[in-house]
Write a protein of this length. Structure first.
Length: 534
């Protein structure tokens, strides 16, 4: 029946075509033109690929690009570049990036606003950077933002890019052949209105959204806006949320800044702003559960990024140009250690069972005072409690601190005694109490170490020591044994720390570090030696 109907209608159709021959001719010409355009485009694909590859390499400094194929779509004025490979000329193996496809086309909806701009999509980009390549980039005198990357992206398509999308991205950092890679995967990015087509009076006119999964269950979500046309550099303001980040999985990256995380998870939420006038990191909530990390202090390192960052965060914002705000930082059931690799021998001081709460931390002038409370066990045995109040944004360091460390087994600090006193102990306990008040360039307070039951020399423990060390420890131990026959077997020394800060511009971090060192060298070690000498 269907065929019968078609046959019956065919004469009528033929009559309509005969009545409108121009329409039929136009349709035929259109088909021929489209076919011819695709034939021409097919022949142009290879010249376009060569030309695009040359232009990209001319734009970049220190990097090279190879394009596998180009595919021009004349009907929609689109261009696809396939199998892009990017290498760092100083360290070309392995390539730093591979991109399955770059898709570029006219953004038709922008034509309503009278703008002729483009959409660009990077499909399945894979960025893989080794430690050697990262070091070469850092050592290069030309900053990465001056390598021509923005110009290279603009060379992909003759129209200005108004929307950029990253689809299924993958970023990996490889610290070395023995280290597990640090990987961010399933990364998606959308940046719209890059050319400010819809508005030009908003300081952040271009919406952006980034989502990624990393290291198992961890998630990174960024939602905000940017101004890609800002001078001297693009600006951005965005809400950031991080969930279930396993610190042990980012250990290779953390080691680059002197941190050795073994376990722990991080969750954080807040806002970041990067502008020409100032940079803001405002975190509403940061939580670390089961943290187990050491900070390796190595003065031989070229740059101590942890100390530099901590000093910047405790320096008034006017000087540092970076505002840091933390509403609430919490560490629950953590272990934090300090390893001094410059000492001989190297030693480790640590807190276990650490619970720390910090509220209202800021280096912004005019911010309300903050507070911190800490509980833990020093060297795994000494019950520790500390309370502090601080105003790190003050023109000068401004804080007060009360610290109590209960009886701690002295043997757990033998590496420390060997490094700074050239002796070790076989028994005894150490306790420490301090109260400090730093305000308006002046320090008022004290430190009070207490030593009890000291036993410096032990033949079994010290049988590997040379004769001179054994003799020195025997002398200390002998005098200490005489003291043990006295009614009191406890020695407490107290050192007054009152006075003026020599440099009134010293940051809070510098003051704290200075006080700790002063307390150790001026009170703890002399007290221990007096305890041994009676």
């Amino acid at each position: 029946m269907a065929r019968l109907d078609i046959r019956r209608r065919s004469p009528a159709l033929r009559r309509r075509v005969r009545r409108h021959p121009i329409l039929a001719i136009a349709a035929g010409i259109l088909v021929l033109l489209i076919a011819a355009a695709y034939v021409v485009a097919y022949r142009l694909d290879e010249p376009i690929r060569r030309e695009m590859e040359q232009r990209l390499n001319a734009s970049l400094e220190g990097y090279g690009v190879a394009i596998g194929a180009a595919d021009f779509h004349p009907l929609g004025f689109g261009l696809d570049l396939e199998d892009l490979v990017v290498v760092q000329k100083a360290a070309p193996d392995p390539p730093v990036a591979r991109i399955d496809e770059i898709e570029a086309s006219v953004q038709w909806r922008a034509l309503v606003s009278g703008a002729l701009v483009a959409d660009v999509a990077l499909v399945r980009p894979v960025l893989r950077v080794t430690r050697r390549q990262a070091a070469r980039e850092v050592e290069d005198p030309v900053p990465i933002e001056e390598r021509g990357w923005q110009e290279a992206v603009q060379e992909v398509y003759p129209l200005e890019i108004n929307e950029l999308r990253v689809v299924d991205g993958d970023v990996t950092y490889v610290a070395g052949p023995e280290a597990d890679p640090v990987r961010v995967e399933w990364l998606s990015l959308v940046a719209r209105d890059i050319r400010n087509v819809r508005t030009d009076d908003d300081p952040y006119p271009s919406p952006i959204a980034l989502h990624a999964r990393t290291l198992g269950d961890a998630r990174i979500d960024v939602e905000g806006a940017a101004d890609f046309l800002a001078v001297p550099h693009p600006t951005v303001r965005a809400d950031v949320r991080i969930a279930h980040l396993d610190l042990g999985r980012i250990a290779p990256l953390a080691r680059e800044v002197g941190l050795e995380p073994r376990a722990g998870t991080v969750a954080a939420r807040g806002r970041v702003e990067y502008a020409a006038e100032r940079q803001v990191v405002a975190l509403e909530e940061v939580t670390l559960h089961g943290l187990d990390v050491d900070y390796r202090r190595d003065p031989a390192a070229r740059v101590d990024l942890v100390e530099a960052a901590a000093e910047g965060a405790t320096t008034p914002a006017r000087a540092s140009e970076t505002v840091v705000r933390i509403g609430h930082l919490e560490i629950a059931d953590g272990t934090v250690g300090l390893v001094d690799v410059a000492a001989d021998p190297a030693y480790r001081l640590f807190l276990t069972d650490l619970d720390l709460s910090v509220r209202r931390f800021s280096n912004e002038r005019g911010a309300p005072p903050g507070e911190a409370e800490l509980d833990g066990r020093f060297m795994g045995s000494g019950d520790t409690h500390a309370v502090a109040h601080f105003t790190p944004a003050a023109a000068r360091a401004d804080f007060d601190l009360a610290l109590e460390i209960g009886p701690t087994q002295l043997q757990t600090m033998n590496d420390l005694w060997r490094a700074y006193g050239n002796f070790d102990v076989a028994g005894g306990t150490f306790a420490f109490y301090s109260a400090l008040d730093v305000e308006d360039g002046r320090i008022d307070g004290y430190v009070k170490p207490i030593f009890s039951g000291l036993d410096v020399y032990d033949r079994e423990q010290d049988r590997e020591d040379n004769l001179f060390v054994q003799a020195y420890e025997s002398l200390l131990g002998g005098i200490a044994s005489l003291l043990e026959n006295r009614p009191r077997d406890t020695v407490a020394t107290e050192t007054d720390l009152s006075g003026s800060i020599e440099n009134p511009e010293t940051s809070t971090l510098q003051v704290v570090v200075g006080l700790v060192r002063h307390a150790f060298f001026q009170a703890i070690l002399p007290g221990l030696e007096r305890r041994g000498a009676g």
